[in-house]
Ligand binder design. Structure first.
Ligand code: APR
Length: 227
């Protein structure tokens, strides 16, 4: 059974109503990364950080999987599918995909600020003085800029094993995650779905599809299932 790996970013969830980061209406147009998504921000103003992620959690809970999420889930009928996502929403899971690795964490999980490994499912806002059993302030289980990416090696080994890599909805701006798309084995078939993507020199072996995920992914999935 061929392995398909899907490497997704915020554009994958854009048509579900979840803001991307670097589009014109993106989150980083409204917030400074330094104020809401770094360990320094957490030390300086944890309330602002908690509020930023409380807002995003509400948006995720209101969102529904879109046609692209749903189409990708159907690939499991014929392929060994693993999703390596930069997204912190649960839309891949909610659309029926069973193997999802979150490189940058999950907004519907929380942890103590002192403990990376004990996770708590969470749909409620986190407030200051919501403490974990170890006495640490609870924080979203999200990887901030400057923090390690615990799932990086796992993500890399998954992408190295891909027969087909579908890159969708990412500006490939943030490393180390973005570098993963160049870790495929020789001969792997690669697609990039993004309405605004431009190919760079080192992407000559990637088939570029300049359309939204909601339009392009169902067509690509139909093509792959029909082969
Ligand atoms: N379908 C497909 N792609 C889309 C769509 C859509 N409907 N709408 C926007 N896009 C594309 C944009 O053209 C852009 O290239 O999705 C990409 C979104 O890029 P970013 O906003 O930079 O999101 P992402 O690449 O996931 O960011 C990576 O940066 O802020 C950190 O941790 C955060 O995981 C995130 C990381």
């Amino acid at each position: 059974m061929k392995r398909i790996v899907v490497f997704s970013g915020a554009g994958m969830s854009a048509e579900s109503g979840i803001n991307t980061f670097r589009d014109s209406d993106g989150l980083w147009e409204k917030y400074n990364i330094e104020d809401v998504a770094t360990p320094e921000a957490w030390k300086k103003n944890p309330e602002l950080v908690l509020d930023f992620y409380n807002q995003r959690r509400i948006q995720v809970l209101k969102a529904e999987p879109n046609a692209a999420h749903i189409a990708i889930a159907t690939l499991e009928s014929k392929f060994d599918v693993v999703i390596v996502t930069q997204n912190i929403d649960d839309l891949h899971e909610r659309s029926g995909s069973n193997n999802v690795v979150h490189l940058h964490g999950e907004i519907l999980k929380a942890r103590s600020e002192f403990d990376l490994s004990t996770l708590y499912d969470l749909k409620e806002p986190i407030r200051i003085n919501d403490l974990a059993p170890d006495g640490g302030q609870m924080r979203p289980h999200v990887v901030w800029f400057g923090e390690p990416v615990p799932a990086y090696e796992l993500g890399k080994s998954i992408i190295e094993s891909a027969d087909i890599l579908i890159i969708v909805g990412t500006s490939l701006n943030v490393y180390p995650a973005a570098g993963l798309v160049f870790c495929t084995k020789p001969g792997a078939q690669k697609f990039l779905v993004d309405p605004d993507a431009i190919t760079m020199g080192n992407m000559s072996d990637i088939a570029l599809i300049n359309e939204t995920a909601g339009i392009a992914i169902p067509k690509l999935v139909e093509q792959l299932l029909g082969e």
